[in-house]
Design a protein around this ligand. Structure first.
Ligand code: ASP
Length: 325
């Protein structure tokens, strides 16, 4: 599979004011999905991208934008984060999220959250607390309460389509890796007008995962990372593979220590080091270059920059019926 660079490389020498990419998970619906289903996902992505364009054009800070865009995903039950999150093997929901500010190097992570409506808001509260960096389980829910964040019953996250996926997974006695049958995650990476970078990621994990299982999403350096001067990265796919390869940090380390360009580093990690089907990443560098490589059949993704480029896509190459890609 080829590198899915968002925009033609001819832009790499142009000075961009801002750039933004989002993903809604690497396990995309099959190409055979109905026009109506494809439309719903595309509209979900386009709406969230439009929010990002509006905020960044108005001069919003990268950290504010990634949080707002991931909250929008968490509120959309099509995607596996917040409402619409997948089920654990005991038919509950345990949510993970992280956010990182490339300007300060500060981050906040939460894992195994059960009663917080927007886990990325909680991750942001952890970042802002400037104390601990990572809260898990009951303590994370209690921290949310102390911070006055909106709390919900665990069943608030229930949806019929995710419950069907759980029944299928349990029928096959597997932890499903394919989003249509079980995985996904959402994320945003931004380079703002001031040149600052930020990344945020949120997920329900994988359908039929064991209670207590935590994936790459909240692990800084695995599923989420941002460092000014280098890149902001958000991953989606088989969490264990992203943890093993420390993907998000490895991308930045290659740029920092070897001077490798974002495109080359991302391509090598996703297409050569990882196994086909593992998933993908979105990343933006200090110059506003965006890459969105994946080695799974599809990845919900969208990107835009201040030069007027924008793209919304699910598969690669596009489905023949052109504008439904
Ligand atoms: N990476 C997530 C996890 O392993 C799942 C996903 O991205 O689909 O929890």
């Amino acid at each position: 599979m080829e590198l899915k660079t968002a925009f033609p490389r001819s832009h790499e020498h142009r000075e961009l004011e801002w750039a933004c990419a989002i993903h809604g998970g690497a396990g995309a619906i099959p190409r055979t999905a109905s026009e109506e289903t494809v439309k719903q996902y595309r509209e979900g992505l386009s709406g969230i991208l439009a929010d990002g364009i509006e905020m960044l054009s108005a001069g919003a800070a990268a950290i504010e934008v990634v949080e707002a865009l991931v909250i929008a995903f968490e509120e959309n039950e099509l995607f596996n984060a917040g409402r619409g999150a997948v089920y654990t093997s005991d038919a509950r929901h345990e949510l993970d999220a992280a956010i990182m500010d490339g300007l300060t190097g500060r981050s906040g992570s939460v894992a195994g959250v059960r009663r917080v409506r927007n886990p990325v808001r909680l991750a942001r509260a952890v970042l802002d607390s400037n104390d601990h960096m990572f809260y898990a389980g009951e303590g994370a829910d209690r921290f949310a309460e102390a911070r006055g964040l909106e709390r919900v019953e665990n069943r608030y996250f229930d949806t019929a389509h995710r419950y069907r996926a759980l029944c299928e997974a349990q029928g096959q006695n597997t932890v499903l890796l394919d989003h249509d049958q079980g995985y996904g995650t959402v994320g945003a990476v931004v380079r703002d007008r001031a040149g600052n970078l930020a990344a945020a990621t949120s997920t329900g994990g994988m359908t039929n995962k064991a209670p207590g299982r935590v994936g790459d999403t909240p692990l800084i350096g695995a599923g989420t990372y941002a460092a000014n001067g280098l890149a902001a990265v958000s991953a989606t796919g088989r969490g264990e593979a992203f943890m093993r390869h420390m993907v998000a940090y490895d991308l930045c380390a290659r740029m920092r220590y070897c001077g490798t360009a974002l495109e080359d580093a991302a391509h090598d990690i996703v297409m050569s080091e990882m196994e086909a089907g593992d998933g993908g990443i979105i990343a933006v560098d200090h110059a506003g270059t965006i890459v969105m490589p994946f080695n799974s059949p599809g990845m919900y993704r969208a990107a835009a920059d201040s030069s007027g480029n924008s793209v919304v896509a699910i598969w690669d190459p596009p489905r023949p019926t052109s504008d439904t890609q």
